[in-house]
Design a protein around this ligand. Sequence first.
Ligand code: PMV
Length: 308
Amino acid sequence: MTTASAPGKIILVGEHAVVYGRPAIAVPITKVKATVTVEEAARGAGCVIVASDLGRTIRVAEAAPDDPLAAIVRLTLAHFRVQDLDATITIKSTIPIASGMGSGAAVSTAIARALAAHLGFTLNNDVLSGLVFETEKLYHGTPSGVDNTVIAHARPVFFVRNRLIENFAVKSPLHLLIADTGISSPTKATVADVRKAWEADQEKYDAWFRQIGQIALMARAAIIAGEHSALGSLMDGNQWLLEQVGVSSPEIDCLVQAARRGGALGAKLSGAGRGGNIVTLTTEQTQDGIADILRDAGAKSVIAATIT
Ligand code: PMV
């Protein structure tokens, strides 16, 4: 039996604009993860995926071509030129679904890693990220690639579409809180709506995306310098721009405002928006108090994470 896992992720700055070629910063969240085990099955059994959290059992040979779980199995086997495999692939995940934490990409990453280990191959992170990107297209339509990149590499990344990843040093630990609005929001629909709005008024949207890109550049400099108040203000500025883009929601605004009133250095939605999670930057001292404030303000769950 082989087991592999992959973390969740959060986008610190740059979502949506990243789809249009602007930079984004994403960090892995190791407190939540997808774990996959692969066990040999009886000869002729084929590959069966058991995703009990989703209430699904999938026979890979019979699954639709656009089933992302079956697709990552097929892609990984094809990558290693393996034609037949009799195996049971069991998925367990603590990453909330459809809430901007990269659950789909993490499950695909863990499946590919566990299968590679089961077959006795090594899979480097760039190749792994590329395989997962193919399944991200099935989940999201036109993904930027930020989710598969940060999750496969499991390190903070400065990401620009179609460019090699850039890592950077985090000078002093970032204390984050990730608070769930409880509203599940599929990325595909929100990204498609933003595209329609962009097509209708490219000049206006491109200007917002350009500003978001500048925020990502300044945020990287602030993280490298350990300037957390500057980073917090940049996150607030990013939230304002995301509100203009039309991807915030009353529930997001409520949690963002609660975090700021509680003394957070900055707060914004994370991921596609219209629901899902917010991310807020605190200090070590204020982290617990602001977590309580977020719960009082209606957060369905609050995850504390320290990024080093
Ligand atoms: O909702 P998530 O975590 O999958 O993030 C989506 C981020 C977007 O920038 C909105 C889309 C993308 O592909 O980068």
